[in-house]
Design a protein around this ligand. Structure first.
Ligand code: DC
Length: 225
């Protein structure tokens, strides 16, 4: 891990990882890395190519054509560049959530993205969020947090997010999709969603964002001494 500090934040969809990880990173002056966005970008490429999210052979074949660049721009947004095109907005749809979850179960995809993620932690202090950061990507991270919240609360947050963006959504459908994605992410054979043995579990149900961010910062400060 060298001279840099890594804070790994894992947890299921809608637990508030990205919102809280981004704010905590800002407070700490660390680089925020959203790894879900990287899987979404691979999923988006497969969608563009007409490859289904479970088509293992098709995904393997198309992976060579995926060139991903991650740009951390001044607006605080992590921009995802796929083969030269900024796809930051395109990857944030319910359809791409399903694609990302599907392609992320493929070993070739996980292998393909592993070093890209680790490279950030070799060069920066990072707050990195995902599903397997504390278990696989950065097993030596100094701080590991597993964020959860009840499925109903997570679905409510995701539903509000979509509605705010002006997208038509139904709470029931969001809840159902989320449960399906949690199941798929937790039951896959490789790098499933699960807390690292040394992760601090934080349930954010009923918390405001500010409360959760200060709890995260308190854990980080305690761990770093
Ligand atoms: O965090 P997110 O919802 O944007 O992630 C989208 C999907 O990507 C998620 O359902 C599973 C996959 N993913 C993963 O397998 N490993 C990660 N470290 C991050 C995301």
């Amino acid at each position: 891990m060298g001279k840099y500090v890594s804070v790994a934040i894992d947890g299921p969809a809608g637990a508030g990882k990205s919102t809280m990880a981004k704010r905590a990173a800002k407070e700490l002056g660390y680089l925020y890395v959203d790894t879900g966005a990287i899987y979404r970008t691979v999923g988006y490429h497969m969608w563009l190519m007409g490859i289904g999210p479970r088509d293992a052979d098709g995904i393997r074949r198309c992976l060579d054509d995926v060139n991903i660049e991650i740009q951390h721009q001044d607006d605080g947004v992590q921009h995802m560049i796929l083969n030269g095109k900024d796809v930051t907005g395109e990857i944030r749809t319910p359809e791409m959530s399903k694609y990302a979850s599907g392609v992320s179960a493929q070993k070739c995809v996980r292998d393909f993205l592993l070093d890209m993620q680790r490279a950030f932690a070799r060069k920066h202090n990072v707050v990195m969020d995902g599903r397997d950061i504390g278990t696989v990507v950065l097993p030596k991270a100094q701080v590991k947090i597993f964020l959860t919240a009840s499925p109903e609360e997570r679905a409510k947050r995701r539903f509000e997010e979509l509605t705010e963006k002006g997208e038509k959504a139904s709470y029931e459908k969001v809840l159902q999709d989320m449960k399906q994605r949690d199941k798929q992410d937790s039951e896959r054979a490789i790098a499933p969603l699960k807390p690292a043995p040394d992760a601090v579990k934080l349930d954010t149900s009923g918390n405001t964002i500010e409360q959760s961010v200060s709890e995260i910062l308190a854990i980080v400060r305690r761990k770093l001494g």
